[in-house]
Write a protein that binds this ligand. Structure first.
Ligand code: ASP
Length: 349
């Protein structure tokens, strides 16, 4: 959708919580979420941006370790209800589960053509050395950015953190410490933040569909991770695979998608697949892709009916399963769509 470029950009900030808005509890000295006015009072520079900025906030704001699909629903609802009123959306969020929220929203907000920029910080905004002020201001600028024809530069869910803008459903939290806390290990940055904001046109997502925004609210929580470790016993694996109600599992395997070749292992996996559980093979490595046929140990999983996650992140794989099962699809269709890039989340060779 084109914007009247002579009008001020209209941006909505959705404050969910996270370190960016936290203050120290004087009794316990632990950080806890605080309200939005405190956050904005700490960034007087925002007024220098010639934007129309409104905000809404979670009540109460939360530490993102408490984030769940109900909160994703609330964020998506806030965006849907105000979609036509604003040029872009900035979501302030804790870093711990930011990559999960970014992935979930990328699936839930079908046909998105406006920027949804998620940011937060490692240090609270009231701290002298905070990274929150810069992240918030840059996120607003990214959300307001247009190309010369007035189209939004970013038309997807993205994470802005320190020096990079990443595709949301390709991102992972890499550091509990560094200001550059996020990375997309299998996809290039959407923009580099330096003296300017340098967008990488070839990396930005453009939806092939020109249909209006359609929000899929139903995210099925009956999914889980199983992460392999040397020495995992048959009883542990069978116990996990037999978790009641589980429909989808992201199996975090070694290297290029490898697992033990013991017959008990493959049998337990095959039996779960035959019960209708969709199992997706995602590598534990931070970078690279699953190549099912590369080793015998990877081949046996494919033969047992495990689908390849290719180079998808585990955050995107698990939220994609929630989204596909949430639409009420049968396991065969879920498997099929796990092999299709729906919104730039995976590279299918
Ligand atoms: N525990 C915090 C949260 O995710 C960490 C952060 O924001 O950096 O809400």
């Amino acid at each position: 959708m084109e914007r009247n470029i002579t009008a001020k950009p209209k941006i909505l900030i959705i404050y969910t919580g996270g370190t960016i808005g936290m203050i120290e509890n004087p009794r316990t000295r632990a950080l806890q979420p605080f309200d939005f006015s405190h956050l904005i009072d700490n960034v007087p520079k925002i007024k220098k941006l010639d934007y129309d900025i409104d905000n809404i906030q979670f009540n109460p704001p939360i530490d993102s370790s408490n984030m769940n699909p109900t909160h994703w629903h609330d964020i998506a609802r806030a965006i849907e209800e105000r979609y036509d009123t604003y040029d872009g959306f900035v979501v302030l969020h804790g870093t711990d589960t930011m990559a999960f929220t970014a992935s979930a929203l990328s699936f839930m907000l079908e046909n998105l053509s406006k920027p949804v920029i998620i940011t937060g910080s490692q240090l609270p905004i009231g701290e002298v050395r905070t990274d929150g002020e810069e992240n918030l201001i840059t996120a607003l600028q990214v959300a307001a950015a247009t190309d010369p024809s007035g189209q939004a530069m970013v038309q997807e869910v993205a994470i802005l953190f320190e020096s990079h803008l990443w595709r949301g459903n390709r991102s992972t939290k890499m550091s509990a410490d560094n200001f550059n806390a996020f990375k997309s290990n299998n996809y290039p940055e959407l923009a580099r933040i330096g003296l300017g904001i340098y967008f990488k046109d070839e990396a930005l997502y453009r939806s092939p569909s020109k249909r209006p925004l359609k929000v899929r609210y139903n995210m099925d929580p009956d999914v889980m991770f199983i992460e392999l470790n040397p020495g995992m016993t048959e009883s542990t694996l069978r116990h996990l695979l037999a978790t009641p109600h589980i429909k989808g599992i992201v199996l975090k395997t070694y290297g290029a998608g490898n697992s033990p070749s013991d017959p008990w292992f493959t049998t337990a996996i095959r039996e779960a697949v035959e019960r209708g559980v969709v199992i997706v093979n995602v590598t534990q490595c931070v970078n690279g892709s699953v190549h099912a046929g590369l080793y015998d140990t990877g081949n046996s999983l494919a033969k047992a009916g495990v689908v390849s996650g290719h180079d998808i992140t585990s955050e995107a794989a698990i939220t994609k399963l929630m989204y596909l099962f949430g639409m009420g699809l049968p396991p065969s269709s879920v498997k099929k769509y796990m092999q299709v890039a729906l919104c730039g989340e995976v590279t299918i060779a």
